[in-house]
Design a protein around this ligand. Sequence first.
Ligand SMILES: [Mg+2]
Length: 183
Amino acid sequence: MRGKQILHLDLDTFYVSVERKMDARLTNRPILVGGTSDRGVVAACSYETRGYGVHSGMSMKLAKQLCPEAVVIRGNAGIYSKHSDEVTEIIKQETPLFEKSSIDEFYADLSGTDRFYGCYKLATAIREKIIKETGLPISFGLSTNKVVSKIATGEAKPNSQLMISEGTEKLFIAPLSIKRYHK
Ligand SMILES: [Mg+2]
């Protein structure tokens, strides 16, 4: 029996990407977005900071100690949400059924679209449209279920895509490190 085709889309380091879209000088520089007070927390960080052991959710104070050259940005929820809405609108137009699971993450059920277009082709076209129209990098995972698709997105990142064919889910999941599951 043919399973479902579930697409998971996740904008790459979303807050950082929006900041870079507004100010190109931030490109390729280590960026921390979040609370700037002593008790502030890192809401998002660019890939350039990861090598220093920085991750989102850690205290800003510690992140700044680990990566002193990082540019710290307070962030603007209203602007992020406006960009998120633009991406949502594209996904809404292009998919028969979708769910927004956070400001930068979406699931879409592409089952049944296969006969007309091919799920992977459709997913690729949606991703390309988002990048072209919003200028924001986004990655996707495509598989028969939400869990595997989300993990596939994490493996695809940054700014890429990965399809796990039906029947190969176990082979894909089995060798992954426990560290890979929360990306
Ligand atoms: Mg994201």
